[in-house]
Design a protein around this ligand. Sequence first.
Ligand SMILES: [Zn+2]
Length: 437
Amino acid sequence: MRTLIQNVHVLTMDQTYTEYPNGFVLMNGNTIEAVGASGTPITVQVDKTIDGRGAIAMPGMVNTHTHIGMIPFRSLGDDTPDRLTRFLFPLEKACMTRSLAYHSGKYAIAEMQLAGITTFMDLYYFESDLARAADEMGARAILSETVLEDACDSPVPFGGLEYAERFIPEWLNHERITPAIAPHAPYTNTTESLQQARKIADHYGVPLTIHVSEMDFEMKKYEKEYQQTPIAYLAACGILNSNTVAAHCIFATPDDIALLAQHDVAVAHCIGANTKSAKGIAPIQAMQEAGLRIGLGTDGPSSGNTLDLFTQMRMVANFHKTQLKDRSAFPAREIVRLATMGGAEALGMAETIGSLEPGKKADLLLIETESVNMFPLFDPYATIVYSAQAANVQAVWIDGQPVVQEKSLVKIPLATLRQNLSSEMTDFRATASTFSK
Ligand SMILES: [Zn+2]
């Protein structure tokens, strides 16, 4: 089946930022067959033609760090210090179930798809159920089972290791779903559990992702116990390689950045979560200069609150320009690149997604420009970063399949997903109210 989107402003996000102000995108099955300027003769038979007049076509966005099981936590204890240990860990332990994670996952994926995110990397518990949710929603995803001492999906210490051993083979070689493993952070693991996780990732050839250099206490702990930074510690333990995505890296030192570059580790930059929690701004300009692969992450709905990259792109611009005292730093075009090709590179998927180029997967979105915030349009990159919102996303395709059309989910109404999740949240709500006191 061939679908042609024509008369559309195409941002290919290829290496030279090729742009067709009046262009077309031709999809054949799950693949992009051709991209170009309108008027180019199309000699193949097209099954469906879409008039994209007035819209911007761009590659699907890539969210390199999130926790899709955490929708129930959104807006809970947001401004509380020690929120992680006071609210999140204990509530997860008390209330998180397979079913709650699954329905939360579907809702979170819906939110991402409605915002033009076509690929994401998740870290949570019950990843087998989340993989099922992602598959049913037609998402492309890397789903990483979390490893820490006291997990809500296993009675055994570091039970995520055993879980991953079952979960990873179950989903290997799926068209859109990649299973993976996520030691939660260095400070919630032992050297042994970290090394065990690395062994499992290597054995199956899957990604490993980890929160690192995110917390003040984490930095102090590694300084005191090892006279090292957490990144240096991970490098010394043999955890870091090119199939590793390090989330946050807020406190990365110049030596840390050199180590990350040396091991070709990718970074998930979560500016919204990092600044909302008053932790800091990761030095991504220095990381870019060192040649690191960097993508953007929303973090979970409890830390980043919204699962869209429009919000993150705006914050990348505002915070980094302010910190560098340079209005010209991080121009809009480069920020759109971080949200698309940068994310694809970070997740090791640059060959298949991240830009609109023939042979890549047909993951793309249309952004309408008729809404009040979208006029006039001199520079589409500036419009996307500084004035567009998730609500401007009109249509989304993943693997050639339409998942959002006319700003609505194609397969299942959002109201159904919300009702299903809400019904699962009875115990969670009751327990959360006792925590808030
Ligand atoms: Zn996180």
